[in-house]
Design a protein. Structure first.
Length: 319
């Protein structure tokens, strides 16, 4: 294990699959994807809403001015254009004649707590994966953080945390873990947490299992090199994990097989392992598109905001 760092440097120098981006082609593809996503947006919202069965309430009160479908549309528009609540309200006022939707900035913010909106966004995620007819997945998993304050950037603070300089006080990041199908780039599992990356991973894994997809292979960073990860994915999934420095041969049959493969076929193993760079590229695209900060303060609203980013990721790849 002492030579692992040196081997990794050689691999990245001589075997890395990363290519330079052709920005002209990228912009053309992005424009095409935006048009496809816009075309699919309302039909997917309506389909997701139709799946929800609501028991009629006998409580009295003023009827909401916006339907759950309209609230969901507002949140998704706000997310893709990275707007504030006031900017979203002004945007809607400008296009009221075309959309029929008008709302104050307070209405926009409260929409994030609406139970039906949260269910619609969750259902949209599931619908988009099933519409792509994904199965027999080569999986990549990774975690990231979205800042809850404008003064802290996730990459910088994560670096400090790994060096043992973790700060104290209120939470400044919301954690996200996505599980990506490498063949399509779609997220097939998506979890969020205000507590830890592990909790977010567990939520993403539950979503993945709920869809009943077959996982051929999976690759994760060293944070997930443990017995629990091996146990979760079982004998039928080929795992690509980088052993920690204090790792030993002791463990399950799957763990031993993985270590033998790593030792005997190191560069082929690393080639598969580093396909998880696609997960990092996916987060980079998400943050360029929807921003790296979450403006909401309440946990349930933060979760809604983050789930909308996951929905947009899949919408952009639905064509």
């Amino acid at each position: 294990m002492k030579k692992l760092g040196h081997i990794t440097k050689i691999y990245k120098r001589d075997y890395s699959q990363l290519k330079k981006r052709d920005w002209r082609t990228y912009e053309q593809q992005l424009n095409k994807r935006m048009k496809e996503a816009a075309k699919e947006l309302m039909p997917t919202i309506n389909q997701a809403s139709f799946m929800i069965k609501i028991k009629k309430s006998e409580t009295r009160g003023r009827k909401p001015t916006l339907t759950p479908e309209q609230k969901t549309l507002i949140i998704l528009i706000k997310s893709i254009f990275n707007l504030s609540n006031r900017e979203t309200a002004n945007f809607l006022s400008f296009f009221t004649m075309m959309t029929g939707i008008e709302a104050s900035y307070k209405t926009v913010e409260r929409a994030y707590s609406d139970d039906q909106v949260q269910m619609i966004i969750h259902n949209m995620f599931m619908i988009l994966v099933k519409r792509k007819k994904i199965d027999n997945i080569n999986l990549s998993g990774d975690g990231t953080g979205y800042s809850l304050t404008i003064t802290k950037h996730y990459r910088t603070e994560r670096s400090k945390e790994l060096k043992g300089k973790k700060g104290k006080g209120r939470k400044i990041f919301a954690r996200v873990v996505s599980l990506m199908d490498l063949d399509t780039g779609m997220y097939v599992g998506y979890g969020t947490s205000m507590k830890s990356e592990k909790e977010a991973f567990d939520e993403a894994y539950k979503m993945l299992k709920k869809m009943g997809l077959n996982i051929k292979s999976a690759r994760f960073d060293r944070y997930y090199t443990n017995r629990e990860t091996i146990k979760k994915f079982g004998k039928n999934t080929k795992l690509y994990l980088i052993p920690k420095k204090n790792s030993t041969i002791r463990g399950s049959t799957e763990w031993k097989k993985m270590l033998v493969d790593f030792i005997e076929n190191t560069f082929d193993y690393l080639k598969e392992y580093y396909r998880r760079e696609n997960s990092e590229a996916g987060y980079s695209a998400d943050k360029r598109r929807c921003g790296w900060k979450v403006w909401q303060k309440r946990p349930e609203r933060i979760n809604t905001a983050l789930m909308s980013i996951g929905v947009w990721h899949n919408l952009m790849l639905i064509g």
